[in-house]
Design a protein around this ligand. Structure first.
Ligand SMILES: Cc1cc2nc3c(=O)[nH]c(=O)nc-3n(C[C@H](O)[C@H](O)[C@H](O)COP(=O)(O)OP(=O)(O)OC[C@H]3O[C@@H](n4cnc5c(N)ncnc54)[C@H](O)[C@@H]3O)c2cc1C
Length: 296
């Protein structure tokens, strides 16, 4: 099928994109890499009367490293973010998640903001944002506001961004602890497909190998990506022994809310949630140890 007819405008600045959004309201959609929007338009799942192209806005493509956070423009391409060694050193989970997002070809066009705004509950970048507690800066003609990832993801394919708002930038927290490790893993039918279930974890250790900070979460088992701060808090002070890892994994699997579809039953997804949580936690712990060893 082909997309329904639409009008096209290329915005030269964030201000112009916001003006166009304010003018056209619900009838308009921003287009970034087009990797989700174009297939949806071709299948006529969405029929925007106006497409507002934000690809030429240089101010949406930056990567900036600060003390406590890395800031990325919403239109930074996934391939550019993936190859940025300095960013990967500060926010390693981002590169680990990106390795699972689609294919080289889709990452060449796809943007961070497009994936986050698309808000697929099984997508890797929304899960990384949820687990790390990323903050989204939304801009409209009326001004800017910032939402925590937990407030930004509102449901399946739904964010809390209003129709007149453009996701402008994302703040990724940088953990200061020297012994910080992270891991991302998922199960899909083929590599590059959307995950049936995905898991991400990040932990920081003290010099004695005990956990001083932990976060982890799951994708594909709820209406939004899920993080489990209360369960993660139970890992503090432990060395993530197998019993502690299994306890966290089974608690997270129990707290998840998977559905059934063509690819997997809810029961199988819940099973994967436990298995993958354990893998991600073990992987993050091992990664933290390896980094500490390499640095000493
Ligand atoms: C073959 C294939 C495989 C794929 N596999 C995966 C996968 O494994 N994992 C995965 O996560 N994705 C996958 N995708 C989907 C896709 O790669 C990402 O979701 C995509 O990169 C979205 O970014 P984009 O820049 O292309 O967004 P677009 O398609 O341009 O836009 C997506 C949505 O976000 C909105 N939007 C875009 N930018 C902004 C902004 N700055 N502010 C507000 N709203 C905005 C658009 O209006 C639209 O609603 C796959 C796609 C294909 C074609």
């Amino acid at each position: 099928m082909k997309a329904a007819p639409f009008e096209y405008a290329r915005a030269a600045s964030i201000a112009e994109a916001c003006e166009l959004l304010a003018h056209h309201g619900d009838a308009a959609k921003l287009i970034a890499g087009g990797q989700s929007l174009v297939p949806m338009m071709a299948m006529r799942l969405v029929r925007p009367a106006w497409l507002i192209d934000i690809n030429e806005i240089a101010a949406l493509k930056f990567i900036s490293l600060e003390k406590d956070a890395a800031r990325t423009g919403a239109c930074a391409r996934q391939c550019v973010v993936e190859r940025d060694d300095a960013l990967a050193a500060r926010v390693p989970l981002l590169r680990q998640a990106l390795a699972w997002v689609g294919h080289v070809q889709t990452r060449n066009r796809g943007t961070l903001g497009g994936s986050l705004a698309h808000a697929d509950p099984a997508a890797e970048l929304p899960l990384a944002a949820q687990v790390l507690g990323a903050r989204m800066v939304l801009r409209s003609a009326a001004g800017a506001r910032t939402l925590e990832a937990g407030d930004f993801f509102a449901g399946p394919m739904a964010s809390a961004a209003r129709a007149d708002e453009c996701l402008e930038e994302i703040h990724w927290p940088v953990w200061p602890e020297r012994r910080t490790g992270s891991a991302f893993t998922e199960i899909s039918v083929r590599h590059g497909d959307f995950a049936m279930v995905a898991a991400a974890a990040q932990v920081a250790l003290d010099g004695d190998g005990r956990c001083v900070r932990a976060t982890f979460g799951l994708g594909g088992v709820g209406t939004t990506p899920l993080a489990f701060p209360e369960i993660a808090a139970r890992l503090i002070g432990t060395r993530l022994d197998e019993a502690e890892v299994q306890d966290a994994a089974s608690s997270a699997a129990e707290a998840s809310e998977p559905g059934s579809d063509l690819h997997a039953s809810a029961e199988y997804r819940r099973h994967l949630a436990g298995v993958l949580t354990a893998r991600a936690l073990r992987g993050a712990y091992k990664n933290a140890h390896e980094k500490a060893k390499a640095a000493s």
